[in-house]
Design a protein. Structure first.
Length: 136
């Protein structure tokens, strides 16, 4: 199965970790990652899991939550994230509402990226997202 599944409790920590890794790169080597969120509709978990297994790479991180799916896509710009969205739309045979946030285009700090994700999800998907604080 493509994509690695993580507990949603780890989402915020892994976003922070990914930003930390990329902030060490030379600024001339602009490396991106994207976060893709799409809310759950009337789709079964099995159906979504099958679609993700066809659309994702093993390096992609999947976080399932009651309000939707969050995908952390390393080395993926907005265009690459849209390719995944199109694959999912094709698999489901219907439109999905999605939000894509890309580092560094939408911010270079994890808190700003998460803030924008919440704002965009509220505006575009009418979803009110909350991220648990990382466990220590």
């Amino acid at each position: 199965m493509a994509g690695t599944y993580f507990s949603f409790d780890n989402f915020k920590s892994l976003v922070h970790h990914q930003v930390g890794i990329l902030s060490r790169f030379d600024k001339e080597q602009e490396v991106k990652f994207s976060i893709l969120f799409f809310p759950l509709k009337d789709m079964s978990v099995n159906h979504v899991t099958q679609a993700l297994s066809k659309a994702l790479r093993s390096s992609d991180a999947v976080f399932a939550h009651e309000d939707g799916y969050y995908l952390l896509l390393p080395h993926t710009d907005t265009e690459g994230a849209l390719h995944i969205v199109n694959s999912l739309k094709e698999y489901f045979g219907e439109e999905i509402n999605e939000v894509i946030i890309t580092y560094p285009d939408d911010g270079t700090e994890s808190e700003l990226l998460l803030k924008r994700l919440k704002e965009y999800a509220n505006d575009w998907c009418k979803a009110e997202l909350e991220f648990p604080e990382p466990r220590r």
